[in-house]
Design a protein around this ligand. Structure first.
Ligand SMILES: Cc1ncc(COP(=O)(O)O)c(C=O)c1O
Length: 386
């Protein structure tokens, strides 16, 4: 496994902060909101109700039922209890899937850019990541032709997130159908559809691959509460999956971590049973911040942008700067550019290399409006000084 690409960046950020520099952090993949009070109250109630014992490995029955209702209400998907596994974050859901599905040398198709951990989790399970590049020009969407070309006799799975971290791209139902049309010709390939940003969607109409009848039996739908409910530290994710995959994940998890935290599970029952309108205020804020950052960033020469349709990231192509020297700072690649922004503009971002897209860098706009404005001003100044 490779060491996290973001570590050098994080170390530099710490160093500059220790020197008293005022760094604006646009690198984190987590909402800057507090968990809503109605969810916190449910957790406090669970503590007072003495929920303190080991939990069932695949989750409390009441939580599984809330997840089943959520899948029905939001996605039109029908699952029974044997198909649901609750885990310690969607990250554990993904790790379970890789471990139970992959034999050494099995290939997993990852449209780039992908979420940092996909490739490393696949490698950890002795699988082989097969990257399919996309770009600003293709709105970061993998085409059916690209998918077809990436499939080999060793292909075991396709993993993607929509809305996407890091690009903010959202696949429409028609685009997913076009990908499904390729997959139906290859019945052994399992799809992992990571829908953790489902509610942070600015164009409406979230689509799930499992909604297609001819795909339902081959799709693992991954979701969780970290992002839309501002619950990153509570560590609850879950899957809806074909029964045999769910059973295998349950078995794997039972030997590694057991069931997820009892208090967090009780709180998530309340979170998922609530109407989405209860968290709409956060989604609305992300949407207006998206417009703010896109408006300001598009005034900066050299940033090629695809307007994000969901999540809370912008992923500009900054290859315009490669090979240039700005104010004595030589920029060879996206990692240098990201480091340049940190050192000269005091703005922390993440290099696209970490996501398999070496021409881009990722900005998270899960930050206040004033931080976004100040960050864009500093970047503009740092670049024009060159
Ligand atoms: C696309 C994607 N999937 C999964 C996760 C992991 O979520 P969790 O906090 O539930 O482990 C993240 C978190 O950054 C993510 O961006």
């Amino acid at each position: 496994m490779s060491t996290s690409q973001t570590l050098a960046m994080a170390a530099k950020t710490r160093e500059l902060k220790a020197e008293g520099k005022d760094i604006i952090g646009l690198s984190l993949g987590e909402p800057d909101f507090n968990t809503p009070d109605f969810i916190k109250d449910a957790a406090i109630q669970a503590i007072n109700d003495d929920y303190n014992s080991y939990t069932p490995v695949d989750g409390y029955v009441e939580l599984k039922d809330a997840i089943i209702q959520k899948f029905k209400r939001d996605n039109g998907l029908t699952y029974d209890r044997s198909q649901i596994v609750v885990s310690t974050g969607a990250k554990q859901s993904l790790a379970n899937i890789a471990m139970v599905m992959l034999n050494p040398g099995d290939e997993v198709i990852l449209p780039c850019p992908y979420w940092v951990s996909y490739a490393e989790i696949v490698k950890l399970a002795q699988g082989v990541p097969v990257e399919v590049p996309t770009s600003v020009e293709s709105d970061f969407k993998m085409t059916p032709q690209q998918l077809e070309a990436a499939i080999t006799p060793k292909t075991r799975m396709l993993w993607y997130s929509s809305p996407s971290n890091p690009s903010g791209m959202v696949y429409s139902k028609e685009e997913l159908r076009a990908l499904a049309d390729v997959l139906v010709k290859h019945p052994d390939i399992i799809v992992v559809s990571d829908e953790i940003y489902e509610h942070i969607n600015f164009i409406g109409g979230h689509a799930s691959m499992a909604q297609f009848e001819d795909m339902y039996d081959r799709v693992v739908t991954v979701n969780g509460v970290s992002k839309a409910f501002a619950m990153t530290g509570w560590r609850i994710g879950y899957i809806g999956a074909p029964t045999e995959i769910a059973r295998a994940c349950n078995k794997m998890q039972g030997q590694i971590t057991s069931g997820a935290n009892c208090i967090a599970q009780r709180a998530v029952i309340t979170a998922l049973e609530a109407p989405v309108s209860k968290i709409q205020y956060m989604i609305d804020r992300f949407k207006s911040r998206k417009s703010l950052i896109i408006g300001l960033m598009s005034q900066i020469k050299g940033f090629a942008i695809t307007e994000p349709e969901g999540a809370f990231y912008v992923f500009p192509d900054v290859s315009y700067f490669f090979g240039k020297t700005i104010n004595g700072y030589e920029i060879k690649d996206a990692t240098d550019f990201s480091m340049f922004l940190l050192e000269r503009a005091l703005v922390a971002t993440v290099t696209g290399d970490a996501f398999g897209s070496p021409n881009c860098i990722r900005f998270s706009y899960a930050a206040s409006e004033s931080e976004i404005e100040e960050a864009m001003k500093r970047i503009k100044n740092a670049i024009s000084e060159g």
